[in-house]
Design a protein around this ligand. Structure first.
Ligand SMILES: *Cc1c(COP(=O)(O)O)cnc(C)c1O
Length: 386
């Protein structure tokens, strides 16, 4: 087999329409944040199902999570509860604010934050909880809202995997959390290459995030050139950041947004095939969403059982030899030297994440996958574990 025959772990689903939209944006003469970004924000709110929510386009989900914590006033001395089973961004942005991430274990079935572990971690310094909708299966947001209410906390959802996802009949993005942050990184469920979106219902938070997104300037660059005030006039009201999304990226995002549902359905049918094909193997399969909720199927994560004939690392090597590239989501935070040492984290405090890490493998699941590629993944997994 040649290298070219191998099935990649993830490929962005970019068609002619995206290419045309980016080309048009390039030809328009306006490259930075402008009409495309403004339209993308409006269309994002509309696609979620509520044009009245504020969608704020940013150049990454990491930037969006930072803006959300900043707008909520997170500062040195504060604590923010985050799950162990996530990408480093979720904890990193807490450090950007000079605050302390308090890392807690996850649920053994969903690998989403364990609210009982979170309850034990609450102190008088705790300000925010940041649940992650791992793989695209939502945390029970009713339970999160009750938890936040009981403990007097704010909620920022790391929804990097969760567009489009529904929780208890409500689209992720439209619930009661203070801010919900989506990622458009190249391998996510829809992409702008790099990018993200923060959604909030709170006018004051939206205003603060829009200002801080662009240097703490009171009007964004585009407004400067379209409103009737002189274009050179602006005021810096805070030491902000450089987190705005380019119009070229937004042009791509507007097309991807229209296709997000269809791309999700393509991943869901791959997931359905995997769930059926692996039902008799020595693996723990991911669970689908309960009635009234839906799964984005951003990731398909198997966990090898004790009875599996090979371990996780050997499985990934052999899958690669069979032409299927796999990955691992995630290396839990407590195993990374920085988080382990700065938080004095012990493996024994994260029994679920530690066990899941030894077993977890992410299989390819992307909307542009062909049926023949899905067949080959299934055959390879069955050859190694069947
Ligand atoms: C990808 C990811 C992020 C970061 O997204 P960017 O857009 O790359 O900044 C944050 N959290 C989780 C859980 C992710 O998977």
């Amino acid at each position: 087999m040649t290298v070219d025959d191998r099935i990649p772990f993830a490929v962005p689903d970019i068609g002619e329409e995206e290419i045309q939209a980016v080309t048009d944006a390039l030809r328009s003469g306006w490259l930075t944040t402008g009409q495309n970004a403004a339209a993308f924000e409006k269309e994002f709110s509309a696609e979620l199902g509520d044009p009245s929510v504020h969608s704020i386009a940013v150049n990454s989900a990491t930037a969006g999570l930072h803006l959300a914590l900043d707008a909520l006033g997170v500062q040195p001395g504060d604590e923010v509860i985050v799950p162990d089973w996530t990408f480093t961004s979720t904890a990193e942005v807490v450090r950007y604010c000079g605050a302390t991430p308090v890392i807690v274990d996850v649920d053994p079935v969903t690998l989403n934050i364990d609210l009982e572990a979170a309850q034990r971690a609450v102190t008088e310094r705790t300000k925010v909880i940041m649940p992650v909708h791992f793989a695209g299966l939502a945390v029970d947001l009713n339970a999160v809202a009750a938890f936040a209410e009981r403990n007097g906390l704010r909620v920022v959802e790391d929804a990097a995997h969760a567009h489009p996802t529904t929780c208890n009949g409500v689209r992720v993005g439209l619930g009661s959390s203070d801010c919900i942050v989506f990622s458009f990184y190249a391998t996510k469920t829809m992409t702008t290459g790099e990018g993200g979106m923060v959604v909030t219902r709170d006018e004051a938070l939206a205003k603060r995030m829009r200002t801080m997104r662009l240097h703490g300037i009171s009007r964004d660059v585009f407004d400067r050139y379209t409103s009737d005030k002189p274009s050179w006039q602006y005021e810096v009201v805070a030491p902000g950041f450089k987190y705005n999304l380019t119009d070229t990226a937004a042009a791509m995002g507007r097309v991807q947004l229209k296709r997000a549902g269809q791309m999700r359905d393509a991943r869901a049918s791959i997931a359905a095939r995997y769930l059926e094909a692996f039902a008799d193997l020595p693996v723990q399969l991911p669970v689908d969403a309960a009635e009234g909720s839906s799964h984005s199927w951003h990731l398909f994560v198997l966990r090898l059982a004790d009875e599996a004939p090979i371990g996780r690392n050997e499985f990934i090597e052999k899958m690669s030899a069979l032409g299927v590239l796999c990955s691992v989501h995630f290396i839990p935070l407590h195993l990374h030297p920085y988080w382990r040492d700065s938080g004095d984290l012990q493996e024994s405090d994260f029994p679920v994440a530690a066990d899941a890490f030894r077993r977890a493998v992410s299989l390819p699941i992307f909307s542009a996958m062909t049926d023949a590629q899905v067949d080959r993944v299934i055959a390879a997994v069955r050859e190694l574990l069947g």
